[in-house]
Ligand binder design. Sequence first.
Ligand code: XMP
Length: 510
Amino acid sequence: MEKILVLDFGGQYNQLIARRVRDLHVYAEILPYTTPLETIKQNGYKGIIFTGGPNSVYLEESPHYTPAILDLGIPVLGICYGAQLMAYMLGGTIEGAKTRQYGHTDMTVTKAESLLMKQIPSVSTCWMSHTDYISKVPDHFTISAVTDTCPTAAMEWAEKKLYAVQFHPEVSHTAYGNQILSNFLFDVCGCAGDWVMDDFIDRTVKELRQQIGNKGVVLGLSGGVDSSVAAALLSKAVGRQLTCVFVDQGLMRKNEGDDVENAFKGTFDMNFVRVNCQEAFLSHLKGVTDPEDKRKIIGTEFYKVFWDIVREKYSDGYFAQGTIYPDRIESGKGDAAKIKTHHNQVGMPKDIHFDGVIEPLKDLFKDEVRQVGEKLGLPHDLVWRQPFPGPGLGVRVIGEVTAEKVKILQDADWVLRDEVAKSHYDDKMAQFFAVLPGVKTVGVMGDARTYENLIVIRAVTTDDFMTADWAKIPYDLLGRISNRIINEVDHVNRVAYDITSKPPGTVEWE
Ligand code: XMP
C-alpha cells in the first residue's frame, strides 16, 4: 500500500494534513520527528511532509531532523516551519519578521512550470501563520511563489523533488490548498490514489488477528460511536476472543445504561459484560473539584475494572479502547499542548499489566470513524449518535459530583434531547447537552421566591470536533427547551445558552 509520512514537528494542523491526504485517497500516517531515519527508510513511503511547528529553527530546543532525510530520494514537502527547516538544513537563511503574519494573503505564482503550482491561478489566496520567513533560499532552489510580505511563499529544487511552502495548504482558507497537495501526491510523488476505507478495514483486521493470536481481548465499550466501531472491527477480527465491557459508572445519560445493554447484548459475535459500579465511582469522586483530577480518577477506575475482568476471564490478555486521533492530540501528544486529559489517555496504573493496549482507530477522525462504522454495517443510529465523553456527566457537573446533582442534570438533559428530537433538529447539530455549572440563582415561581440551579445548554456544529461553532438553535426551540426544563426538572429555575465556539472554548465545560 502506498503511504505518505507526515513528520510531526509539533504544529497545530498536523492531523489536518494527514486528513487531507487521506481525502485524496492516499494513506497518510503521522510519526513524531523523533522517529529514527532507519524506520522511515524501512517503511517505504512515497512521500514525506514536514509539518509546521513552534518557535524558530535556530533555537536549540526546536525540533530538528538529520538532513540525510533529504537524500533518501523520497519527495519531501515542507509546510511552514517544515519549509524553514528544509531551508535551514540545506544552508538557506531564515529571518524573524517584525510582526507575525497571520491570516489571508494574496500569493503570486512566480514559476508557472512548477509541478507543485500546476493549475494554480497566477494570483490566489493563501493562509499564513508565521513570524520567521526564508530570506535566502538554499543553493539549487528556485522561488515558485511570493506574497507582498513574504519573499519565499514557495520554493523548490525540482530535480531532487524537494518542495516547500510557507503557507498552510491544508486549511480550507488556502483557496487552492487541496490542488497543491494533490499536485505533490500525484505529480511529484507519483501516487496512484487508490486508497479507500475498505483497505483500512482489511488491513486493520489482518493486523489485529496477527497481534492478538489466540489471546483474549477486553474492550472498554461506552456505547458511543468510537468504541462501538472498535468493537465491530475487533469482533470481525477475533470474534468470541473479544469481551466488550460496558462500565455503568453512574454518570451516563438518563436510561443510557439499559439502552447500551440492549443495543449490544447478543448482536455481535463477541461476549458482552455490563458492570454496575455507580457507588464506587461516586465515592472516589467525593470532594474532588478539579477537572483534571476528576478525569484522571474516572480514567484510572475504568482501567481497574477492565483489569479485574481480564484476570477473571483470561489469565492474561489485551486491553482495547476506541481512542481516536483528537483524543490523543488534545491530551497533549508529542509536542502539542495539553488541553485536557481524555479519559482513555490517563496513564495506566503501575500494577496493571495488560499484554498490550490496542487502539485500532487511533489515527482517524470522528467522521472517518463513522465511515468505517457504515462500511462495517453498524446501524445508522449508532454510527450517527452524538459523541458522549468517557467521563460522562462527571465533566458536565461542574465541581464536585454528587448523586443529587447527576440526577438534576440527567433530567434536564433528557428534556433537552426529547424537545430537540420532537423538533427534528438533531441532525443539524453534531453534539448537544446540558451542563450543571453549580450556580444557584434567584427566581420567582407561583408568586414565591426561588433559589435554585442554573442549567446551561451547550450545542455545537462541527465535522471533526477539533474546531466547532455554537449551534444557531432557533429562538422558539430554545424557548420551549427552557420552559420545559424549568417546569419539569426539580431544583432548576433558570436556563442559559452557551454561545462560545471552539476555540476559544472547548465543547465540554471541563
Ligand atoms: P472537547 O471538550 O475536548 O471535546 O472540545 C471534543 C469532543 O471530545 C469529547 N470528549 C471526550 N471523549 N473521552 C472521550 O471519549 C473524554 O475524556 C472526552 N472529553 C471530551 C467531547 O464530548 C467532544 O465530542
